[in-house]
Design a protein around this ligand. Sequence first.
Ligand code: NAX
Length: 328
Amino acid sequence: TRTPVNVTVTGAAGQIGYALLFRIASGQLLGQDTPVRLKLLEITPALKAAEGTAMELDDCAFPLLSGIDITDDPNVAFDGANIALLVGARPRTKGMERGDLLEANGGIFKPQGEAINAHAADDIRVLVVGNPANTNALIAQSHAPDVPAERFTAMTRLDQNRAYSQLAKKLGVTVNDIKKLAIWGNHSATQYPDLFHAEVNGKNAAEAVSDQAWLADTFIPTVAKRGAAIIEARGASSAASAANAAIDHVYDWVNGTAEGDWVSAGVVSDGSYGVPDGIISSFPVTSSGGNYEIVKGLDLDEFSRAKIDASVAELVEERDAVKSLGLI
Ligand code: NAX
């Protein structure tokens, strides 16, 4: 039998945690022949709730689950971690300025980055889900100088999955008929879901839609504002779909993406497409051998260029704000 892979999940007692942990333990994150050890990080007042979730995990008798550790100490939670899902974050509360939000999250992601740097396994791969995801990932990454920067990623896979289902509905096809539909930029309302490089049954998706008004005024805002629509309908934010996207992101990272297709992830920019070096922005990416790589050489028309530039400008502002707060 294989040695268990250590998977650390922060915010384990939250609603995404509740949807995520059972799927990891059942083998959906890493595959049916990989045992996992879960390492749950929570703040002290939520430890009891995390223990309750761990009791339910025990009660599933998952054959692949080799153990569960629960702690409020990042140094313990990231010890030997091979995969880290950083889900816990400080949400924006009423009246909170952006600076306060970034500062509060700096207080979470800086020590977590330091703990990853000091204690994680050499092959550590980090996915940040907690918002603002791209900038939280940047904060953690900048405090882990001994870990290759490309091991820190931010989640835009939920946005991608939302885009797939909106496009499939519009065209009366299934998601299986769609390929190469990626999100560019920030996981925020400025994100850009790109139909100009996407394919529907081998045809260009923007041409298949042939309705520029729908693309610009319905599709893009529906995808970008889907999170708010879920809150409005459900009375709580996306949880199962967010957990599902986290599973997709890590599974593809470790196992590779399909030949002739790509996915979306927030990854450290190498300056491609004019996105400033070092910021964590979403791109179309492929994975093989356990590395996400930015798809190069795509032509961007004026419309796409403007949308990407606007979202990247927001990421640059967030980077400058956390820099001036001394968080990176
Ligand atoms: P919940 O509030 O249900 O759970 C968050 C959990 O994190 C809580 O149990 C809290 O105690 C814990 N926590 C807070 N600070 C912590 C710390 N320093 N260390 C460890 N745990 C800590 O939120 P949930 O609905 O689970 O959402 C979690 C995060 O995901 C939020 O930031 C949310 O905005 C973000 N999302 C990101 C998405 C994405 O696509 N990137 C989509 C879904 C979601 O909105």
